[in-house]
Design a protein around this ligand. Sequence first.
Ligand code: RIB
Ligand code: CA
Length: 306
Amino acid sequence: MVKQKIILDSDPGHDDAFAILLACYSDKLDLAGVSSCSGNQTIEKTSKNALNLVNYFNRSDIKVAKGSPRPIKREPRICAEIHGESGLDGFTFPKYKEEYNEKNATDFLVDIINNNKDIVMVTTGPMTNLGLAILKDRNILKNIKEIVFMGGSTKEGNVTPAAEFNILVDPEAADIVMNSGVPIRMLGLDVTRKVLVTDEVLNRARQIKTKGGELFVKLMEVFNKNQRDYFGLEAGPLHDPATIVAIINPDVFTWQDMNVKVDTSDTDETGRTICASKEPHNVKVAIEVNVEAYWQEIFKHLEKCI
Ligand code: RIB
Ligand code: CA
């Protein structure tokens, strides 16, 4: 079976951590690179977290490319209330060698995409780095088979009534992506808010006696507490691995072709993903999820992380 080559741009981030785990351990994927973006925490912290995670997942061959410290136009914003001061509160990693990619994320993405036809670009944070790479060299678009991103919503947001965090942090970058002409799949709050790390899910994960299971339980206990304290949610939504599940097992989701635009105004509507069924369709949006099948994919890969 030919593995699908992917690159992952991420702001770990408790949920991002398990998108990276699935990307590392799926036998359907060839994870060709990881870049960090500013989002859940500052770029320094998300970069360190990404480095710790790829090493913990036995992929020290991956040299994390550090992303932009700020969005394309707007001021940075972080989400320490959910992800903590480190961005991955709840787990202490072994001391790994702090060796990053010599290229920054923009140059890294331009280089790796120009040198790999039919690559899939996955983003699980604000899309700043991808937006900057497209601005730097629009030719990369011909080599991108598909962009799969976590972000947006067909209805309400999670930071403002209009906007989901990843889009709100950098709506200009998201706008560049939506208008790229590349096939896009969107995993938004419509589905990710249905995959909650409930006590039942946590108890099932506690039966997984691998280092992946241990990491999941320790990080999710903190993630859930913060989600309850800050958002009043029953449990934390495991947003970001939905991007990887969408690639390795797309039938877990129900998809609808839509026309998606991004509100880049400076109003209460900033960052809304305006989703309509009208033509032209530019994005396949996940509108439903088979929750049990989703957790089966998560648990299967936690088992493989030994
Ligand atoms: O709104 C949820 C998204 O914002 C997830 O990607 C989470 O990690 C944060 O980045
Ligand atoms: Ca994220």
